[in-house]
Design a protein around this ligand. Structure first.
Ligand code: PLP
Length: 230
C-alpha cells in the first residue's frame, strides 16, 4: 500500500513538474523560473514524506495548527524543507507561524502586518512575506482589495519594515482566472514586487503564462481532499 502511494505521489510530482516546464517554455520564460509549492493540507505526514523521498522540498500549508502537528518531525529528517503559510493568519497564531514557517504568503490586513512586524523584531527571524490580494473582491475571502493594495504595501514595507517580496491571490472559483492573474501582475509591476504566487491545480498553466513565480498545487500531486478543506 505505502509503496503504491509513494509511486503515485512521485509520479504526480513528475507530471506536474513536466507541465510546469512546458508552460514556462511556452510562455517564453527561462527554465526554472517557476517554483512548485506542493500544498499538503489535510494529507498526513506519511504522504508528505513520499514527496520528500521523491526529492521535493517546497510545501504549503493553510493552517498553523495542522502544520505544527506535521512539519517539525518532517524537518528533522529533511532540514532543507521549506514551508509556506498559504492560509489566513490570526493574531494569536503569529508567534507560532513565525517560528514554524519560512515564508508567509497571506499578509492581508494592518493588524496582522503589525503583529508580524513585532514578532520578527522580537525574534530577529525575518521571513519573506507576500501580500494577499482579493482580486475578485469577494466579501467572504481574505486579502486586501485591489484599490487598497498599493497603500497597504507601502505601509508594510515602510512604517512596519516588513520584508515584503511579492503578492499572492486566489481567484474566484467560478469564472476565468486570467484577468485576476493579470491584475496581480499589474499591481506587482507598479509596486516593484517580484514574487507572484498564483495558480493552483486547475489553472497553474494559465498563471505561468501571466508571470507566476510560484504555483501552489495540491490536488494534482496528493489527490483529492475531503469536503471540508477548500
Ligand atoms: C488548497 C489551496 C491550494 C491548492 O489547491 P488545489 O486546487 O488542490 O491545487 C492553493 N492555494 C491555496 C491558498 C489553498 O488553500
Amino acid at each position: 500500500m505505502e509503496e503504491v502511494i509513494e509511486k503515485i505521489v512521485a509520479g504526480n510530482l513528475a507530471a506536474v513538474r513536466g507541465r510546469i516546464e512546458a508552460a514556462t517554455r511556452a510562455a517564453g520564460r527561462p527554465a526554472g523560473s517557476v517554483a512548485l509549492v506542493a500544498v499538503s493540507k489535510t494529507h498526513p505526514a506519511a504522504i508528505v514524506r513520499e514527496a520528500l523521498a521523491a526529492g521535493h522540498r517546497l510545501f504549503g500549508e493553510n493552517r498553523v495548527q495542522e502544520a505544527e502537528a506535521k512539519y517539525p518531525a518532517l524537518r528533522e529528517s529533511f532540514p532543507d524543507l521549506v514551508l509556506h503559510l498559504i492560509g489566513p493568519l490570526q493574531t494569536n497564531k503569529v508567534r507560532d507561524a513565525v517560528s514554524l514557517f519560512d515564508v508567509i504568503e497571506t499578509v492581508d490586513r494592518p493588524r496582522i502586518a503589525a503583529a508580524l512586524a513585532r514578532e520578527m523584531e522580537r525574534t530577529g527571524r525575518r521571513l519573506p512575506c507576500l501580500i494577499e490580494v482579493n482580486t475578485g473582491e469577494e466579501p467572504q475571502k481574505s486579502g486586501v482589495l485591489p484599490e487598497a493594495a498599493d497603500a497597504f504595501i507601502d505601509e508594510c514595507r515602510g512604517r512596519l519594515g516588513l520584508p515584503i517580496v511579492g503578492l499572492m491571490c486566489v481567484p474566484p472559483v467560478d469564472g476565468e482566472p486570467a484577468p485576476h492573474f493579470a491584475l496581480l501582475r499589474e499591481i506587482a509591476r507598479r509596486t516593484g514586487l517580484e514574487v507572484l504566487s498564483m495558480g493552483m491545480s486547475a489553472d497553474f498553466e494559465t498563471a505561468i503564462r501571466f508571470g507566476a513565480t510560484h504555483v501552489r498545487v495540491g490536488t494534482a500531486i496528493f489527490g483529492a481532499r475531503g469536503m471540508e478543506s477548500a
